[in-house]
Design a protein around this ligand. Sequence first.
Ligand code: GLN
Length: 454
Amino acid sequence: ISVTDLVDESYKRIDQVEDKVQAFLTLDEESARQKAIELDKKLGTDDAKGLLFGMPIGIKDNIVTRNLRTTAASKILENFDPIYDATVVQKLQTANSITIGKLNMDEFAMGSSTENSGFQKTKNPWNLETVPGGSSGGSAAAVAAGEVLFSLGSDTGGSIRQPASFCGVVGLKPTYGRVSRFGLIAFASSLDQIGPITRNVEDNAYLLQAISGLDPMDSTSANVDVPNFVQSLTGDVKGLKIAVPKEYLGEGVKEEVKQSVLDALKTLEKLGATWEEVSLPHSKYALATYYLLSSSEASANLARFDGVRYGYRSPNADNLMDLYKNTRAEGFGEEVKRRIMLGTFALSSGYYDAYYKKAQKVRTLIKQDFENIFAKYDVIVGPTTPTPAFKIGENTADPMTMYLNDILTIPVNLAGVPGISVPCGFSNGLPLGLQIIGKHFDESTVYRVAHAFE
Ligand code: GLN
């Protein structure tokens, strides 16, 4: 099979299903085909190198790609053509994968259903009346629908794991610092991580391998060794100690979801692992902490969209102040404005100590909860989401119910540890996800457990 064949398959599938799924914001067919021809010339020679040689991949649209439209699903960046590639995109080029196109998301990654996209609503391929999750909804749906084999998403509070769970695919949020954020359009810089979404754990490990590592362009990227993740897929979980937080099987988590996790634990027990119930006592504060911190960071990060430097500029202004105001009023969607206002408020003098600083302290307590558990256990296991995918429109009226979707994923970002979602069953024909959380920089154990279970 040639690379051209693979790329053909990808675009053929897109032709067949894309008007229903609507996962892509931009396709890059001409360059993809050109690259396929170049790689095909190398097939069978010593130059046929690269961890992802010829593999079709889709990229979330908040990761910048040189000369390829990058919008973060916002009208404010509708016609933005970046002048450089994100580090992960450069790494994909080194790995010789082929970029098929850019994937839909919630505007600036704020959301849990991809309904906050400024352009289109992506559908869940398992049931077109339900959401694919978010914010990396396009990335998860495209893999689930077979449009691409691999995709990149980003996860600030669950945006890789929750859509992976809703779409029945595998999604990993790496340890904070494992993957460079250079070229990721920032939402909340202390929480954002880019990560892989794939059909199975092995593919996921290959993609993480390709994008990981220290980057001089990102001062928060970590100087730690990148192990061979694929080698950790031994199938052996004998003697492994699993912690199951009681808060993760508590109120608000649907019965079928709890049952699927208990079934998964039985499977892992049969394979020789043991599990015990534990507590993450501060997890009840995670949601409030997350929305304060992430909105504060977002309000600062999104200050750069002023109509001067990037993208959209309002034509309805005749002085500088109005230019800023009108550009932002016209360019940003409702949810983005809500977060900017919340963040600006939390950071304003007089409220800073009561909100932002307090939230930082609680974040430390949440992190300590995880450290306490990881002193005794190898991984934490629970559901990825409290419910399977919900209907389009079902949660849009009330931002609070939408925010509750991420209650099980958010603590992981606050602590900076890695977490994966792997498919673990169905409820009424909709996929469910098992979340496996590991120690800092121990993606290998997370993958080992996910792979043994899958
Ligand atoms: N749903 C969460 C939010 O809206 C998480 C988003 C994300 O991880 N990017 O903030």
